[in-house]
Design a protein around this ligand. Structure first.
Ligand SMILES: [Zn+2]
Length: 90
């Protein structure tokens, strides 16, 4: 089974970044649609990194560093949140 490691990292970090962003931007919508939009934008701007898993277990371990570091992932998520915040798709 193919598994996009980048997606896992984005999913893992998205909530905490959204929570922080909301502290200073209380009008930010965090409904399912907006979350998906944020994820789509961030993932399109990050390199996909596929690994092969067997029964849900990741065989090839990839660290966040190989994706340009966690800082890059966080930066792209923040950028995506700002885009969705300014232009919600609903
Ligand atoms: Zn929304």
């Amino acid at each position: 089974m193919l598994y996009n490691y980048t997606e896992a990292i984005v999913l893992q970090t998205l909530n905490s970044i959204l929570d922080k962003y909301k502290l200073t931007n209380q009008d930010l919508c965090t409904c399912e649609r907006c979350r998906q939009d944020v994820m789509a934008i961030a993932l399109n701007n990050l390199p996909a990194h596929y690994v092969v898993t067997e029964t849900g277990r990741i065989i090839t371990q990839v660290s966040a560093e190989q994706l340009g570091g966690k800082a890059m992932v966080i930066a792209q998520i923040l950028k995506a949140i700002e885009i969705v915040h300014k232009n919600p798709q609903h």
